[in-house]
Ligand binder design. Structure first.
Ligand SMILES: [Mg+2]
Length: 214
């Protein structure tokens, strides 16, 4: 049973974007546009070139921010404020998800490649305030992004999480490789299952998946 595979879990770690809200809401599209605009303005390139560079940064460094820092020594804080200045009204509250996460025994945290203040706004809009014990952003990992193992280790050490008693929920299968290597249960949250060895479980509906574990 799925429940048995999670019976040892004492720490539940959730990604934020496209994990704690469905990708169909397309909230992240707003951030994508702001990131492209920021790259375009900062480097003085066209939007098309900025999009191309973002693809290169994502593949090579994990995120746009990590690429800008590696190749252009960018100051991360103004960037994080600028790209997260978005409209949250498109996000509906999700009482079923709040109930399903609250019912889990143990510690519950959010860990995002975005910033923690942004994550708190998303959490509030989803009606998930008070559900999590802690919220971590890229600033808590020394601005190193998931999928780097060092980034996970830094956040988990800060929180006091033992990965062998943890479970990671993520929409980007790349970001499940390091957690799997560290001994965590891994759950891919998406409509289509990723067939990769480090993806142990698949959740098409996060609330429904979590409801099996209580
Ligand atoms: Mg995500």
């Amino acid at each position: 049973m799925v429940k048995d595979a999670f019976s040892h879990v004492r720490a539940w770690v959730f990604d934020l974007d496209n994990t704690l809200y469905p990708p169909e809401i397309r909230l992240f599209d707003q951030i994508e546009r702001l990131m492209t605009a920021y790259v375009s303005e900062t480097l003085g390139v066209s939007h098309a070139e900025a999009d191309h560079l973002r693809g290169h940064y994502w593949k090579t460094y994990g995120t746009t921010l990590a690429g800008l820092m590696a190749e252009h020594d960018l100051d991360p804080d103004p960037y994080l404020v600028a790209v997260h200045d978005i409209d949250m009204t498109v996000l509906p509250p999700d009482p079923a998800l709040a109930a399903a996460i609250s019912a889990l025994g143990g510690r519950k945290i959010v860990y995002t490649n975005g910033s923690a203040p942004y994550a708190e706004r998303v959490i509030a809009a989803r009606g998930l305030s008070g559900v999590f014990d802690a919220v971590y952003g890229v600033e808590h990992a020394g601005y190193r992004p998931k999928p780097e193992e060092d980034a996970f280790q830094r956040v988990f050490a800060t929180d006091g999480i033992n990965p062998r008693e943890g479970a990671m929920f993520e929409d980007d299968p790349r970001n499940l490789a390091a957690p799997h290597a560290m001994g965590m249960r891994t759950v891919h949250v998406a409509s289509a299952r990723a067939e990769e060895p480090h993806v142990e479980f698949h959740a098409g509906d996060l609330s429904a998946f979590l409801s099996q574990l209580g």
